[in-house]
Write a protein of this length. Structure first.
Length: 131
């Protein structure tokens, strides 16, 4: 309904909305079907909460910029590599709807253009079949 009258999207049973920040999208501006799963499998990418310097906690999918390349493994017992973090996908509560479909405007325009002629045709059919 927010696409008709405006407002924010409903979360329904979801825990949060996915808001892409620095990740490739498909031609419609959405995440592809397996994008989240493919990101989870990459080294140096994790899902969780990070506290920024300003003290704000940001939940999302993060990538360590200095992470090891695929195929290289760290020694057992070694600490994970540090480095700057890049936010790929942020988890948000709700987001406002950007595009609105003017349902009522289109319906009124259609009725103004076609209602009179359709009513006349139906009335003629009714009189033609009346006994």
């Amino acid at each position: 309904m927010p696409y008709v009258i405006g407002g924010v999207r409903s979360l329904g049973t979801k825990r949060g909305m996915l808001a892409p920040r620095d990740v490739s999208l498909n031609q419609y501006g959405n995440l592809t079907k397996g994008k989240l799963a493919s990101l989870k499998g990459k080294p140096g990418v994790f899902i969780g909460a990070v506290t920024t310097r300003s003290g704000k906690v940001v939940n999302g999918v993060w990538q360590r910029k200095g992470a090891a390349k695929a195929g290289k493994r760290a020694r057992s017992g070694s600490k994970p590599q540090g480095g700057a973090l890049k936010l790929l996908i942020q988890f948000e509560d709700t987001t406002p709807v950007k595009k609105h479909f003017d349902f009522f405007g289109h319906a009124n325009a259609y009725l103004k253009a076609n209602a009179a002629s359709e009513f006349d045709a139906a009335l003629k059919r009714a009189f033609a079949t009346a006994r």
